[in-house]
Every structure is written in structure tokens, then in C-alpha cells.
Design a protein around this ligand. Structure first.
Ligand SMILES: Nc1ncnc2c1ncn2[C@@H]1O[C@H](COP(=O)(O)OP(=O)(O)OP(=O)(O)O)[C@@H](O)[C@H]1O
Ligand SMILES: [Mg+2]
Length: 594
């Protein structure tokens, strides 16, 4: 970044230097050229005047006479008097006299017929030439006149002047120009350095801040200085930054809101590209499909979810740009009932093209099925005793009531079924009461052992009939008091003991025990009865569940006892469990928090 600003500074200074140099050099060239041409013509004029004057003395007739000593003396004298060099030649260009040479040197001088000015003069015209004189080692201006005698050219008179002094004049004019040029360049470099230095500094700061903006950092603003273009640019950038910052924070807020909604939705959401690559998924989707977002994003939907149906639905939704719904059962990792809504929103490859909104309806389906089963079970359970009652009443009415023995038998069956109906209805009402939570629990401090003692006598007669031994180990367990609804706790004991007695064998045993676990008491009722088959142990707390329908009816059971126990215990914040070994015995246990 530093180099850019510096380079720019150098570039600006350099262009100023070039500009300045071009202007001054062309001014210099122009002025010196002008001076030279002006000077030359002036010089030429005065040399002509001099020559014409000298012609009065160095007359053509004198030249024709070839009186060399006289010619030489005159040439010398005129030369000294005027400060000019004077040369005289004959028509062939042979030098007859030269003011800058001695008399002896003159005959040795080379032939001058080829000197341009002499050439012109010998042709009858005024010739002039400017060149470097090897004789005098200086730039010279030469001017030659033809010397004529009655129309015949008899020789040439040449006057010449060293240009040294003329050049000096030109130089004296040019010197200040050069000085100005050097001073100017110096000033430009200095000024350029200062100016470009501050400019560079400002451009650097603008560049630095622009880079910050490009990285999304809008915390800084460009300081505003003088009112130049850079300032306008800075102002515009500051405004842009403010606007962008505002827009971005709005977008961020919206994004945060949206992502919070998506993150906290109970429904699973998966966004996919056109080729059905996963672009995003929320925690609910991770949970429903048992996948991890980190691993899944970027992979194909079919690879991750392994459901051809879902993949096809999304594909179709994207193709049709519409919403498609589908109910399906996912086998892995756990059987799940899902309602899948696939929405196609775009068809370009780079962005989100489709959404999957997945509802886990497993629990809903389970409850629905439970309700259906319940209604079916209730109707069935109610119909069986009613059918029996109806049948026997009709038989009685058809005349059997005249036979007292038969009548008593039938009436007993009717009575049994009525009682069963009554029990069923009482139990159902109990269950619905507990479930509807219309009668909230009324917990009070209770001693478990004391409450059990109140219940046990109720089973005295069946215990005696089956010759069972009952052991209450609760007092020995030294239990703390618990808080529970007394009537409900009685019902739990009654239902458990009823089963332990009912499903026990003759001479069997019942042990009621308790132990302290962390924060709770576990009470167990163990019997040495018929036991429960392995596959049924998990289901005995379900409503109407009985291992053996025929046997249950024989025992007069409704299949609701343990389900009532479960509800009561769970309402107290506890849980139920069962262990059983067919033909050996069963232990049903429940916990209550302390
Ligand atoms: N202690 C046990 N020994 C063997 N089987 C049992 C025992 N307790 C429960 N079961 C089995 O579990 C089923 C459900 O018991 P639950 O108490 O809910 O109903 P039930 O005893 O048949 O009817 P209810 O309790 O209304 O008289 C019983 O029918 C029985 O098959
Ligand atoms: Mg029971």
C-alpha cells in the first residue's frame, strides 16, 4: 500500500518536472533562435556597411595593381581600426592580404576560392557564411563583396567577425532562463514532494479505511480535510460506509431473527441446492434424522437421509416450484412417522432452491393409535359383560325364571357381569380423573409402613384361601416420611397386592420391601406366582393389557389396575418397573420422591 502512494507522489512530481522542463526549454530555444536570427541579420547588415566603406580604400584598381605590400598594409590598418578581420583575394580566390596574418604568412595561405562567401562574391553577389574558423578557433561570421572594375570581377573583399561577443549576448539572455529552469525544477520537486507527501498520506489513509470497509469493518471514518476532490471522495465513502453499516446491521438483525426462529423450530428444516446438496439444517432436523449438521452440510440429501422418497419429493418440488406434502415412515435409526413438506423456491444452482420442513408425527400417531385402541378396548370390554347380561336376562324372560335352580344360576352370572361392568366403569373413571388432573393430588406427610398396614387386612380372606404368607419389611427399612396423596397411595397398594394375591400360587409368598435410592424410596411387591412371559413384561402397564384374556376374565380383572398405578405414581413424580420370571414370580416396584 505504501508503494502506491509514494509512486503516485513521484509520478505527479515527475510530470510537473517534465512539463516545466518542456516549457522552459522550448522558451529558451525559441528565444535563442529568435536572438540568433535577429542578431545574424543585424550583423550581416553592419558587415555589409563596413565592407562597403572598406571598398573606398581597398579599391578594385588597387587589387588589380597587385601591390601586395600596400594591400597588406591597408588591410592591416583597417582591420586594427575596425576590430574586424579583413581578407582580400584575387578573382581566383588567392589571398592577397589578411589583417590577422603577417605579410610573410599571406602567400602561404590556402586557396580561398572554395569558401562559400568567396564563391558567391566571385560570382558577383554578396556572400555570407557562419562557421567555425580553424585559423582563429572560434565561430565566425563571414561576409564577402565582389570587387568590380567596369563590370569585371577583379577580386573579393571579405570582412569577418568573431561570434564570440554575439554568443555572449545570447548567453547573457539565456542564462537567466536556465537559472529559472533549474530553480523551477527544484521548486517543483520540493513542492511536489510536500504536496504529494500530504496527498499520498491522505490517499493511504483512504485506502486503509476502504480496505477496512471491504472486510466489513465500518468502525472508522475518513477524516475530512481541505475542500478538494479527495475530500469529496472521502465524504462519499463515509456516507457509503454509514449506509452500508446501517443496511448490514439491519440484515444481520433480520438474519439473527430468522436463524433464531429456524434454530428453535420444532419442525426440522433442511435447505438444499438445485442438485439437492444440503446447504443448511436446523437442530430439529438433526434430531429427527439422527444426523450431525457439521458432517451433513455440503453432502447430497440422499447420502445423508437415505430416503429415496424424500429426495424425489424435493426434486419434484424444485422442478415444479411448488409445495408437495408427503407422509412417510422412516425405518432408521428408529421407526419414525414423518410428515414432509417440500417447497421449491428457486431453480438457480448457486443458492437455496428448496426447503424441507419435516414434522415428527410419531408421538401424534402413537397417541392417535392409543385413543383408537382405547375406544375399541373400552367398547369391547363393556360389550362382553353386557352381552352376557342381555343373553341371560332374555333367557330368564323366555320362561326359565319358573325354574328356581336355573334362575339362581343365571342371576349369579348376571350379578358377576354387573359387578365386572361396575368395576370397569369405576376404574375407567379413576383413570380419566387422574389423567384429566381435575382432582389434583392432595399430598400429606405419610408413613408408608403404617399405610400398608391399613390395606393388608382387606386381603385377609383370599390370603387365607390360598394359604399365602405375607411379609411386610417396610418397618425394618426405617423409611423417612414421604409426601403423597393418601387415597391414591392406598389405591396403588390395593392394585399391586390384588395382583400379587390373584396371580400367586397356593402356599405362595408375598414380600413387600423398600430401599432408599438417591432422593427417592423404592417400594417393591414380590410374589411367587405364575409370572409374566418376557415379551409381555414391558406392556403390563398399558391400559386393558392382560397376558391371558380368558384367564383374566376368570379372575374378574379389567386390565386397568397397573395402568392406574402407573398414572398415580407418575403424578407423584415417581416411576414404575417390573421384573418377572414365568412360573417363579413377579416383582412390581414403584418409586416416590422423598
Ligand atoms: N403379579 C403378577 N403376576 C403375574 N401376572 C401379573 C401380575 N401383575 C399383573 N400381571 C399381568 O398383567 C396384567 C395387567 O394387570 P392389571 O393389574 O393392570 O390388570 P388385571 O389385574 O388383569 O385387572 P384389574 O387390576 O382391573 O383387576 C394382568 O392381567 C396379568 O396378566
Ligand atoms: Mg390387577
Amino acid at each position: 500500500m505504501g508503494g502506491t502512494g509514494g509512486k503516485l507522489g513521484r509520478k505527479i512530481a515527475f510530470s510537473y518536472v517534465i512539463f516545466f522542463t518542456v516549457v522552459l526549454v522550448s522558451a529558451d530555444l525559441y528565444i535563442s533562435k529568435k536572438l540568433e536570427t535577429r542578431g545574424e541579420s543585424e550583423l550581416r547588415k553592419s558587415l555589409i556597411a563596413f565592407a562597403k566603406t572598406f571598398e573606398q580604400t581597398l579599391t578594385p584598381s588597387l587589387i588589380q595593381s597587385r601591390d601586395l605590400p600596400r594591400i597588406y598594409a591597408l588591410t592591416k590598418a583597417l582591420g586594427e581600426a575596425s576590430g574586424l578581420r579583413i581578407t582580400v583575394t584575387d578573382p581566383k580566390g588567392t589571398v592577397l592580404g589578411d589583417s590577422e596574418r603577417t605579410f610573410e604568412e599571406v602567400p602561404e595561405m590556402e586557396d580561398h576560392s572554395q569558401r562559400p562567401e568567396i564563391k558567391w562574391a566571385l560570382r558577383g553577389e554578396i556572400g555570407s557564411s557562419m562557421r567555425y574558423s580553424t585559423t582563429l578557433r572560434t565561430g565566425m561570421m563571414y561576409l564577402a563583396l565582389p570587387l568590380t572594375e567596369t563590370g569585371n570581377i577583379v577580386g573579393a573583399l571579405r570582412v569577418s567577425l568573431s561570434l564570440q561577443s554575439a554568443n555572449d549576448i545570447v548567453y547573457s539572455v539565456r542564462r537567466p532562463i536556465w537559472a529559472a529552469l533549474i530553480a523551477g525544477i527544484g521548486c517543483v520537486i520540493l513542492l511536489g514532494a510536500i504536496l504529494s507527501g500530504s496527498l499520498t498520506k491522505r490517499i493511504r489513509s483512504v485506502t486503509r479505511i476502504a480496505l477496512l470497509y471491504s472486510r466489513g469493518n465500518f468502525s472508522e471514518r475518513i477524516p475530512l480535510k481541505s475542500n478538494d476532490e479527495l475530500n469529496i471522495l472521502s465524504k462519499a465513502m463515509n456516507q457509503m460506509a454509514s449506509a452500508l453499516e446501517k443496511r448490514l446491521s439491519e440484515i444481520e438483525r433480520e438474519k439473527a431473527k430468522l436463524s433464531a426462529i429456524v434454530r428453535n423450530m420444532a419442525e426440522g428444516v433442511i435447505a438444499v441446492s438445485r442438485s439437492r446438496k444440503i446447504l443448511m439444517l436446523n437442530p430439529s432436523a438433526e434430531k429427527i434424522f439422527g444426523i450431525s449438521g457439521q458432517v451433513s452440510v455440503g453432502k447430497l440429501l440422499i447420502e445423508v437421509i437415505r430416503s429415496r422418497k424424500i429426495d424425489e419429493t424435493v426434486s419434484l418440488a424444485i422442478e415444479k416450484q411448488s409445495l408437495l406434502s408427503q407422509d412417510l415412515v422412516l425405518a432408521t435409526p428408529k421407526e419414525k412417522h414423518l410428515r414432509v413438506n417440500a417447497v421449491g423456491i428457486s431453480s438457480s444452482e448457486s443458492e437455496i432452491c428448496g426447503f424441507l420442513v419435516v414434522y415428527d408425527v410419531t408421538e401424534m400417531r402413537r397417541l392417535e393409535k392409543m385413543r383408537q385402541d382405547f375406544v375399541a378396548n373400552v367398547s369391547h370390554e363393556l360389550r362382553t359383560p353386557l352381552t352376557s347380561i342381555k343373553g341371560f336376562v332374555e333367557t330368564l324372560l323366555s320362561g326359565v325364571f319358573h325354574n328356581p335352580v336355573q334362575s339362581e344360576k343365571f342371576l349369579k352370572i348376571i350379578n358377576e357381569n354387573t359387578e365386572r361392568l361396575h368395576r370397569l366403569i369405576v376404574n375407567l373413571l379413576d383413570l380419566s380423573k387422574i389423567e384429566s388432573q381435575k382432582n389434583p393430588l392432595q399430598p400429606e406427610p405419610l408413613n408408608l409402613s403404617a399405610e400398608l398396614e391399613k390395606i393388608l387386612p382387606m386381603f385377609a380372606s383370599p390370603i387365607r384361601e390360598k394359604n399365602l404368607s405375607v411379609e411386610n419389611r417396610l418397618p425394618a427399612a426405617a423409611l423417612p416420611e414421604i409426601r403423597a396423596d393418601k387415597d391414591k397411595l392406598h389405591q396403588v397398594f390395593v392394585n399391586l397386592l390384588d395382583n400379587a394375591v390373584k396371580f400367586n400360587k397356593t402356599n405362595g409368598r408375598i414380600v413387600i420391601d423398600a430401599r432408599l435410592l438417591e432422593g427417592k424410596i423404592q417400594v417393591s411387591v414380590r410374589d411367587t406366582g405364575i409370572g409374566i412371559p418376557k415379551d409381555a413384561v414391558g406392556r403390563i402397564f398399558e391400559r386393558f393389557f392382560t397376558v391371558d384374556k380368558a384367564r383374566t376374565r376368570e379372575f374378574g380383572g379389567t386390565g386397568l389396575g397397573l395402568s392406574i398405578v402407573k398414572h398415580i405414581v407418575e403424578a407423584h413424580g415417581g416411576s414404575v418397573s417390573c421384573e418377572s420370571e414365568p412360573e417363579t414370580g413377579t416383582t412390581v416396584a414403584f418409586t416416590l420422591p422423598i
